[in-house]
Design a protein around this ligand. Sequence first.
Ligand code: GLU
Length: 418
Amino acid sequence: MEAYDSPAFRMACQQFDAVADHLQMPQAERPRLKYPKRSLIVSLPINCEDGTQKVYTGFRVQHHLTLGPTKGGLRFHPDVTLGEVAALAMWMSWKCALTGLPYGGAKGGIACDPHRMAPREVERLTRRYTQEMIPFIGPQVDVMAPDMGTNEQVMAWIMDSYSMHMGYSVPSIVTGKPLSLGGSVGRREATGRGVAHLVARAADTIGLDLKTATVAVQGFGNVGSVAALTLESYGATVVAVSDVSGGVFNARGLDLEKLAKHLAKERTLHGFTEAEAITNDQVLLTPCDVLVPAAMERQITGDNAGRIQCRILAEGANGPTTPEADAILSRREDVFVLPDILCNAGGVVVSYFEWVQDLQSFFWSETEVMEKLYRILDESYDRVLHSSRSRNISMRTAALCAGIQRVREAKAIRGLFP
Ligand code: GLU
């Protein structure tokens, strides 16, 4: 599987191998479970606003189709590669399996910088990507959703392009759509609210009072901002926040409303005067009770894991902690880790609700959505905590074991075709 070789893919494989060792899984059984089922790379020529043509590269990786369609986000970011997308697809598989969703994992991406493109260029790129993906996706095959650099508008363009091809409206082709197109109430907030809900559960577990707790958040996108606002509504004080431009710190607490207004206007945290400017790395090392990495992969590393100063590490991002960092954290009894595939699962859980609602053309209230979401997250948290405590393994190993075991059992009982 050299085609996928990249730091993120190596990391995902390393995590898998460690869990397979723990489960004493025979070597012969591993490749079928570990490697992605199939991938598509596409060339995407578009007409630019300046009259030139440009060709972008797009990817989609489907990790396994054993339990149903594949599910996972679409990322627009300059650093997107096939290997990164494959790692993210693998993590989606374990996340969906852990939370009991009838999906395999997938992820897609286009190597581009949407913030430096005209909106019409982003639209053309999205539509062309959808067109090229038509043989590879479908409501019963592979269902996309927002991820870094994409949003409800991008999902609406995908839904429209796919529906125009089919000749009728197909809302269930994507989740994270605008409400007016068959989106679900609560989907936009689901990941961040889920993070905050699980932080509250973890705080209970370790005896931390959230009303006096401080929070630092790396990344102030959809996940980081909603997690910060929700934790604030629980009584916590958000003292540090960062985005790609750097970080801001205020020991008395940041005014998140003013911060959001500043961001909406300037599109960067840079220049926010009611706080001290700090670097992105300093945000991770800020003394706080709750640290929420909600940006890219591989941020907590062998280099800084010994120096982070939080009691709960709540992984809003996918893959923010490297295996080297994990080795250090497992020796640090002062840090309680909420692993990514549990901590940020709220997004895909409500995506699943959206897909079910679209298939039934019958829509739920916000109360129903949130109640069902918290029930699934609570049940998953209880299971992972119990397994971590009773088998004396880390929360990450416990979560990955649960996810991997479910896919393993399904593959075993289905058998091999032909
Ligand atoms: N991109 C999100 C994730 O990483 C959501 C995926 C989805 O809703 O399908 O979990």
